[in-house]
Design a protein around this ligand. Structure first.
Ligand SMILES: [Zn+2]
Length: 72
């Protein structure tokens, strides 16, 4: 396999958290990194601005969604 560590982005948490929590965070962060589909123009240009706030690059609309990813 590649060079990517198993802990992926959760390495920053060190050993304070258990494996299960890490897996959860990894799942969430994978979803965050993906581009999301805009509910208004249907383009995959939505990025997360902050917790629960999303912005579409294409039509510039800002909307709220779930804290970690727009409602799917
Ligand atoms: Zn849009």
């Amino acid at each position: 396999m590649g060079k990517t560590k198993k802990v992926w982005t959760t390495g920053r948490f060190g050993v304070r958290y258990g494996k299960r929590i890490r897996q959860l965070v990894i799942d969430i962060e994978r979803k965050q990194k993906k581009k999301h589909t805009c509910p208004y123009c249907n383009k995959q240009t939505v990025k997360r601005l902050a917790k629960g706030i999303w912005k579409c690059k294409k039509c510039g609309v800002k909307f709220t969604g779930k804290a970690y990813y727009p409602g799917e």
